[in-house]
Ligand binder design. Structure first.
Ligand code: ARG
Length: 474
């Protein structure tokens, strides 16, 4: 069925109807579409194109449709292509030919651009709240397990000890940047294209700024061609969401490793694990694995969308209809992933002993021992060499740096030709001081800079994060 089409004599081929239809996807824009239509109707009234009674009747009709959409009772007609045509037809069916005035000075091109910006705005607000929820889960776990010590890694090899809370707070930083990116995207999305018409601007003296205000936009777009073809905000939102998924995926990857009994650092709660159909022993962190897997799909949505845009001349092209499936799917995936990861993190059981044991392996405090020598006047390069000898000696003896005997330490120092080291060699307190510097706790305390893992810095960071989270709603 054609809603319009004086030019046409024949019916649309059913294959074309099926192929071009988007109602299954864009019906998610129904409430945004109705809000945009209501603002447009008021704008037509202000411009003198509708009288007061007409405005009132149209607004009432749109309000009734809104109630039907909210109640889920509106029957969508797949023959009517998209959400815009469905709602216009439904309006005409309910209030009669007056409904035919709704589309005055409007095209589906500026209409869908408006709807999608409204959708993006409210979706961003929902995602922001979900990101905050994830941050709260991480900070909560950090507060609960404040003293737990992880073997910090570089190259997936034991590097230096760090507080587990410090590690969790690193993800809070990433998520805060995600929030910032979402807010930035929201700012650029929150301008009104309504009144741009099909591409050249509406042919009536519509007050675009007043319509924009009514819809809560911060302003209006400046160029009608750009208004109907700009989907930068979609690309930006997809990027913000894709990077957010990448962050969650990195954490998901860590949780899967930490859950492996070889590490045994954490155990996911039963509610966040699944079993195997064959192996009775299995308890798998599947939600984390699926977050990692879905991150791949979201990255694909971003790449696919950029490819979609790159060949499009001005202005609107039907290709743009394909913006919605990747955007909707990516945002839904990010929201769901944040929810499941927050639940998993909140309920994670932590084995501090296993973490501490692992942090003590691999001579992770060697840097702290070298730093202790530097504080006694040894040049860092020499200190690095001397401690390297101590590590080799401990490895040969199969012991930790804290377990090295005085004799081994003195012998390693005695190999050095450095005057500062030679000056220290006779100090009877030195071996004990170096063993003390090699303890996990001393190593942690020594990293006492802004952003470092010293316990007092991490406690302050947790307090600051908690205060910030308490200060924002949601
Ligand atoms: N369903 C279309 C979309 O999502 C609406 C705009 C269609 N405009 C047109 N001239 N065919 O992009």
């Amino acid at each position: 069925m054609r809603l319009w089409g004086g030019r046409f004599t024949g019916e649309t081929d059913t294959r074309v109807v099926d192929f071009t239809r988007s109602i299954e996807v864009d019906r998610a824009l129904a409430l945004d579409d109705l809000a945009g239509s209501a603002a447009h109707v008021r704008g037509l009234g202000l411009a003198g194109l509708l009288d007061e009674a007409e405005v009132a009747a149209l607004i009432a009709g749109l309000g009734a449709l809104r109630a039907e959409v909210e109640a889920g009772t509106l029957a969508w007609d797949p023959g009517l292509e998209d959400v815009h045509m469905n709602l216009e037809a439904a309006l005409v069916a309910r209030i009669g030919p007056l409904g035919g005035k709704l589309h005055t000075g409007r095209s589906r091109n500026d209409q869908v651009a408006t709807d999608l910006r409204l959708w993006a705005r409210r979706t961003i607000d929902g995602l922001d709240a979900a990101v905050l929820g994830m941050e709260r889960a991480l900070v909560g776990l950090g507060e609960r397990e404040g003293d737990a010590i992880l073997p910090g890694m570089t190259h997936i090899q034991p590097a230096q000890p760090v507080l587990f809370a410090h590690h969790l707070l690193a993800y809070v930083e990433m998520l805060e940047r995600d929030r910032d990116r979402l807010a930035d995207c929201r700012r650029r999305a929150n301008v009104s294209p309504l009144g741009s018409g099909a591409l050249a601007g509406a042919g009536y003296p519509l007050d675009r700024e007043s319509t924009a205000r009514e819809l809560g936009f911060d302003g209006v777009t400046a160029n009608s061609l750009d208004s109907v073809s700009d989907r930068d905000f979609v690309a930006e939102l997809l990027f913000a969401v894709a990077l957010g998924m990448v962050h969650l995926s990195r954490l998901a990857e860590e949780i899967t490793w930490w859950s492996n009994p070889r590490f045994g650092f954490v155990r996911a709660a039963d509610a966040f694990t699944t079993g195997s159909s064959m192996m009775p022993n299995k308890k798998n962190p599947d939600p984390a694995e699926l977050v990692r897997g879905r991150a791949a799909r979201v990255v694909g949505s971003l790449a696919g969308f950029l490819a979609l845009l790159k060949g499009l001349p001005l202005a609107y092209q039907r290709d743009l209809q394909e913006d919605k499936p990747p955007l909707f799917e990516a945002c839904a995936t990010f929201g769901a992933s944040l929810g499941v990861m927050a639940g998993m993190v909140e309920t994670l059981a932590v084995d501090r002993e296993a973490m501490r044991r692992a942090a003590s392996e691999g001579f992770t405090t060697a840097t702290a021992v070298a730093d202790a020598l530097v504080r006694l006047g040894v040049p860092f390069r020499e200190a690095h060499h001397v401690v390297g000898r101590l590590v080799a000696a401990a490895e040969a003896e199969g012991c930790a740096l804290t377990e090295l005997g005085d004799g081994v330490i003195v012998a390693a120092l005695a190999e050095s030709r450095d005057s500062a080291v030679m000056g220290l060699a006779g100090d009877p307190e030195l071996p004990a001081a170096l063993r003390e510097a090699a303890t996990l706790d001393a190593a942690l305390v020594s990293c006492d800079v802004i952003g470092g893992t010293a316990p007092r810095r991490v406690s302050a960071a947790l307090v600051a994060a908690r205060a910030r989270l308490d200060g924002v709603g949601g």
